[in-house]
Each structure stands twice: as C-alpha cells, then as structure tokens.
Design a protein around this ligand. Structure first.
Ligand SMILES: C[S@@+](CC[C@H](N)C(=O)[O-])C[C@H]1O[C@@H](n2cnc3c(N)ncnc32)[C@H](O)[C@@H]1O
Length: 278
C-alpha cells in the first residue's frame, strides 16, 4: 500500500499528516485544502494520496488567464500536458481514477484533434484508458465561421461538445475506500449512458474566464468515488470541484497558480460548502 492516504475513513488522513505539502502556501476549510502553487512542480507532494482527479486544464485557446500563457505552440502544450499528467499519476494511489474535461478539437490557429492527442498524452504518462463521456453543452451559438457557405469547397464542421475522458492508474476495480456509495439508481442508469447534457457555467457569474458547471464534478464524484475519498483538482480555478466534493462528503485538494483565482476559490469554498445548490 502506498505511503499516505488509504481513503478508508479512519486509518490515515493525508489532510492531517504533518509535512504534507510542506512549506507550501495553502488554505484549509473543513476537509478541503487549496494550494497556491504550480501543478508542474514535482515536489509539490511527496506521496500517493489521490483517489479521483476531476479537472479541466487550460485548453490553450488564448483565454486571458492572469498567470499562465494559454497560447503555447501545440508541441509545447502537449509537453506541458504530459508533465502535469505524469505528476498526477505519481501522486495517485494504485486505484486512482482521472476524469479529464477537454475539448474534442480546436479550430482556432489550425485544426487539431485535441481530445485524441491529450488521450494519447495521458496514456504516455502512465494512465490506462477506460472510457469517454461526451458532454453536450447545448452551446449552439450563432455562427459565421462556415468556411464556405452552402458549398463543398471548404466547409467547417463544429460539434458543440466537450469530452470527459476517464482513466485509471493500475486497477479499475475499487477495493479501497469506505465503499459508501451515494449514487441513486436513476442517476446510475442515466449517467452510465455516455452522452451527458447540461449547460455550461457563466464566466461572469463566477468571475473566472473558464469555470465548469457544478454538474460536471457532481456526476463524476458520485459515479466514480466513495464518500470520504480524496478528490483532487490540479487546476482548481474558482474551486468548483472542491466545493462539490466537500458537499458530497469527499475530502478535496486543489492547486491553483494564480493568486486572484486562488482567492476566489477560497471565498467560494467558504461561502458554498454546506449546501448543494446549482
Ligand atoms: C480551465 S481553468 C479551471 C476552471 C475550474 N474547473 C473552475 O470550475 O473554476 C484552468 C485553471 O488552471 C490554472 N492554471 C494554469 N496553469 C496552472 C499550473 N501550472 N498550476 C496550477 N494551476 C494552473 C489557471 O489559472 C486556471 O484558473
């Protein structure tokens, strides 16, 4: 058994272990820790503590984040992706699972199969592939970028969906943890159909340039983890994953690079843990 969290509700809780994330700036509220740090820093954690990762990394589509460059060359972006995915692999316990919310593809600055490339990148970092969930965001905005209008000369096709690609570390079957489930029969039937439909989140309402809706971590946490499992978000942003995990009686750890978003995640965590409303 790996050093660190056993996720079984009693034996060892990494949140209370002296030296965990030692020397790094973090904030604690209830069973949630938020680190103000860099997920690329291999030394951020020195043990295998993660049961479930739920995250949406920067998409490299030129979003105006405060602190990271979202306009890397595609090769540099894949290298960046490999590095954080490898760190997360090293920090996962043997039955760790990984829900990766990413675009299907990218049209700006050259057409790229981002979903396919990041799936391969995660596998190169050690993760085993399990499945892909299609998230239909209902984002049918009025379009002008047709490529060619009513002509076969150069049409552009855009699917208004994102992916949630699911991976695991060594074993898919979970034998660790509390074994306390909270997914209902209807939720289980519905969510194991791999096309999910719910709306995206408003940037303005949250005050972050790319938040995902609570529904996304809510479904992933209930479907793929037990109560008291440790849910990790290496790109915590406004703290959505952490808030949902805490409210679902999971433990939560997040990392955020930018000081403004770190403060936002702290504020939301204090304000929004204690109730599940979305
Ligand atoms: C797509 S957003 C995540 C949004 C989050 N799911 C939410 O609901 O608010 C990506 C976040 O990753 C942060 N970030 C970028 N590079 C990072 C790094 N190397 N380490 C930690 N956080 C980073 C950005 O500042 C941004 O807040």
């Amino acid at each position: 058994m790996a050093k660190g969290n056993k996720g079984n509700g009693g034996e060892k809780d990494v949140l209370n272990e002296p030296g965990f994330g030692y020397g790094k700036k973090y904030f604690r509220h209830k069973n949630t820790l938020i680190f103000h740090g860099d997920t690329l820093d291999k030394k951020l954690f020195d043990r295998q503590f993660i049961d479930l990762i739920i995250t949406s990394p920067p998409y490299n589509v030129g979003i105006g984040y405060n602190s990271n460059d979202d306009g890397l060359s595609y090769e540099k972006y894949l290298r960046f992706s490999y590095e954080w995915m490898k760190n997360c692999f090293d920090w996962g316990n043997g039955q760790a699972r990984f829900c990766l919310n990413i675009p299907l593809d990218k049209n700006k600055g050259g057409h790229r199969p981002v979903g396919a490339d990041l799936t391969k990148t995660a596998m190169a970092a050690g993760w085993e592939y399990k499945t892909t969930i299609i998230w239909n965001e209902g984002n049918i905005s009025s379009r002008t970028a047709w490529g060619s209008w009513k002509s076969a000369s150069a049409p552009v096709v855009i699917a208004p969906v994102e992916l949630i690609v699911v991976f695991f570390k060594n074993e898919w079957k979970k034998t660790n943890g509390t074994q306390i489930n909270d997914v209902t029969a209807d939720e289980f039937k519905d969510w194991t159909q791999g096309v999910w439909a719910f709306n995206g989140e408003s940037k303005k309402r949250i005050g972050h340039p790319a938040p995902f809706p609570k529904q996304l971590p809510y479904r992933c946490a209930k479907l793929f983890s037990y109560q008291n499992d440790l849910v990790f978000d290496p790109f915590a942003g406004s703290g959505t994953t952490l808030i949902v995990a805490q409210n679902l009686k999971r433990r939560a750890i997040g990392v955020e690079l930018d000081s403004q978003y770190y403060e936002l995640a702290k504020k939301r965590t204090i304000q929004e843990t204690g109730s599940i409303d979305f």
